[in-house]
Design a binder for this molecule. Structure first.
Ligand code: KG4
Ligand code: ZN
Length: 333
């Protein structure tokens, strides 16, 4: 009955979770609201707030799971990728806790954590499966052969999907974080009101920078002609942008599934909370005869439950690291 404490601090969420024998008993997420005033995550502020939040988050996670710190068998933490200052807080906490309690340490790759969130609850995808991982910093199609045997078969050559949504929302003057705001307005808009370009990128890779520039010029030109354009057409703009981002993602995912002959298809990362993407994947899955796996909302955006579950599977393999471990802003699989 291994008891794993999971720690996540790669960006602007401070999170702690407890996993007992592969079951998540608590998942505490402290959101950082301070960044809203700046329209994006300010790395230095993020690390300072992580420092304030980390101990209360861990205490709350232990309390909610009804376990004491003496019950913990190992500490799993996000080593990377992410903001170095943010990662440093979680990594330092994990190391200090493990040292004080004489516990083994388990490093987890944040992007693998997002994918392994599919092993928190039933039903679970069967290996090998494909996972479309879409977050603020990454857009990847991953061939998941086993828990820690993963291959990136397609990825963005420039901006991430979440970044494109966040930047569009900033241009529209909507508050940060942008993805959920675009999603909210899109619900009332017409997705066919405006046509944005789909980039012609070979293979399974993505590009979102051209779309971002097209949106920027589209808004600039329309506002020049009608100063109230953004206010009057906010919902239609959001619905049309969201539709384009989702079609770009799903078209490549379909191509990957056909190329690899795989029918278990999963979604992961913050953008997997998006309404159109969730509905789009479900509809495409029905059309293609796929088994689709969409995470619960609480496991889409950054959370420590996914780190704790990844830690559990590494614990079973005795895959530990030493106290000399340091965070990595970029971390390959
Ligand atoms: O995985 P995540 O929490 O952090 C990173 O690892 O980057 O993903 C954050 C991203 C942001 O770009 C945010 O705008 C986006 O996920 N996001 C959404 C929604 N909720 C979060 N994008 C679209 N629709 C949503 N409902
Ligand atoms: Zn993430």
């Amino acid at each position: 009955m291994p008891v794993i404490l999971g720690i996540e601090s790669s960006c602007d969420e401070t999170s702690a979770a407890v996993c007992v024998d592969g079951k998540i008993l608590s998942n505490v997420i402290a959101n950082q609201t301070i960044h809203a005033a700046y329209g994006g995550v300010v790395p230095e502020l993020a690390s300072r707030v992580h420092q304030q939040n980390i101990i209360p988050a861990v205490q709350q996670a232990l309390h909610n799971a009804k376990v004491s710190k003496n019950d913990i068998d190992a500490v799993a933490f996000t080593r990377g990728p992410g903001l170095l200052g943010s990662l440093l807080v979680g990594v330092s906490f994990a190391k200090a806790f493990a040292l004080a309690q004489n516990l083994p340490l388990i490093q987890v790759n944040h992007m693998q954590g997002h994918i392994l969130a599919h092993f928190i609850d039933e039903p679970r995808p069967q290996f090998p499966f494909l996972c479309l991982t879409v977050s603020g910093g990454h857009t990847q199609i991953v061939l998941v052969k086993d828990y820690f045997d993963m291959e990136i078969i397609g990825q963005t050559t420039d901006d991430a999907a979440g970044e494109a949504l966040d930047k569009t929302s900033k241009i529209l003057g909507l508050p940060y974080p942008g993805g959920p705001m675009i999603d909210k307005y899109a619900r009332q808009g017409n997705p066919d009101a405006f046509a944005f370009p789909e980039p012609n990128i070979p293979g399974l890779d993505f590009s979102f920078s051209g779309l971002k520039t097209a949106i920027m010029y589209f808004i600039r030109d329309n506002v020049a002609a009608d100063p109230d354009f953004m206010q009057n057409r906010m919902a239609d703009i959001c619905a049309s942008v969201e539709k384009r981002v989702v079609t770009i993602l799903l078209n490549k995912l379909k191509k990957a599934a056909l190329q690899y002959g795989i029918k278990d298809i999963a979604l992961a990362g913050g953008v997997s909370a998006n309404t159109d993407l969730r509905q789009g994947l479900t509809a495409l899955g029905q059309e293609m005869g796929w088994n689709t796996f969409i995470p619960q909302f609480q496991y889409c955006t950054d959370n420590a439950a996914m780190i704790a579950i990844a830690g559990y599977y590494k614990f079973l393999k005795n895959d530990f690291v030493g106290q000399d471990i340091a965070p990595l802003a970029r971390m390959p699989f």
